[in-house]
Design a protein around this ligand. Structure first.
Ligand code: SF4
Length: 263
């Protein structure tokens, strides 16, 4: 990362906060892309999102949530019936096991309610640290940093961390960004990863973070090829925000699901 090679820790923190502000301007629509109305529904949706897309999960959960409304419903579920509902999300047997065990454990230890504390959430079946932070941030309003594959890739590209371990990334980013911004930062970084800074070919030449990013040049830097890589319904607005002619964004890019990329 030659571009910011001599950067001091204070310089990195300033640049990280500037990039966080740019991300907020770039993705005003950033939010949790899983549909839910209660903490339990979010926990279930997050468990189901392993190895599949949020779009796929959102197709399955309306049926699931109508059928299973409480921890007791999950605890006493008929395994074959639940497997049939979960089948489109992949790994449906393991996911069925997790949901039934989650219901049983919530009944046994938490009066059927999902706890709002990290140390209690991570002890529940199917809930790791990433899932717990999603639940805390989005269902309980407790600031949380969600380190998924996009967050890990982008924070390394941003030069905020040089680290692969999610727990270490979480604590390093926590030192750079104010706590009150953690949940929304997570959504914005993940949005950027799905729409602009893709794993294989990031749209560097159409990226609002270009001037502050040490990895500028990882993808095409010319406007025309970069604009073709933008994805999602706001692809043309993303181009304008980066100072790129929106006519360079093909119609297919606007229609492309930002969820369907390599994650
Ligand atoms: S400049 Fe390139 S590598 Fe950096 S954030 Fe933008 S798309 Fe990603």
């Amino acid at each position: 990362m030659k571009r910011f090679a001599g950067e001091t820790p204070i310089g990195r923190k300033r640049r990280a906060r500037k990039m966080a502000r740019l991300l907020a301007d770039t993705h005003p629509d950033a939010h949790c892309e899983l549909d839910f109305t209660t903490p339990l529904e979010l926990a279930v949706a997050t468990i189901l999102s392993a190895q599949t897309t949020d779009v796929r999960v959102n197709q399955v959960t309306p049926v699931l949530f109508r059928k299973y409304r409480s921890a007791a419903d999950y605890a006493s579920a008929d395994r074959a019936e639940m497997e049939a509902v979960l089948r489109p999300t992949g790994f449906f047997r393991a996911k069925t096991n997790s949901l039934i065990s989650l219901g049983q454990e919530l009944l046994a230890s938490h009066g059927g309610e999902l706890p709002g504390k990290l140390d209690e959430l991570v002890k529940l079946p199917g809930i790791g640290r990433k899932t717990a932070n999603v639940i805390l941030g989005n269902a309980f309003g407790v600031p949380g940093i969600t380190v998924d594959t996009h967050f890990r890739r982008l924070t390394n590209r941003f030069g905020w961390v040089r680290e692969d371990d999610p727990v270490k990334i979480e604590s390093l980013v926590a030192d750079l960004i104010e706590k009150r911004d953690w949940t929304m930062l997570s959504h914005r970084v993940i949005f950027h990863g799905r729409r602009v800074c893709h794993a294989r070919k990031p749209a560097c030449g159409a990226c609002t973070l270009a001037a502050a990013c040490p990895s500028f040049g990882t993808g095409p830097t010319e406007a025309a090829p970069a604009a073709k890589l933008l994805k999602g319904p706001r692809a043309r607005e993303l181009a304008v925000a980066a100072g790129v002619d929106p006519e360079l964004v093909p119609a297919a890019a606007v229609l492309a699901s930002p969820d369907a990329d390599e994650s």
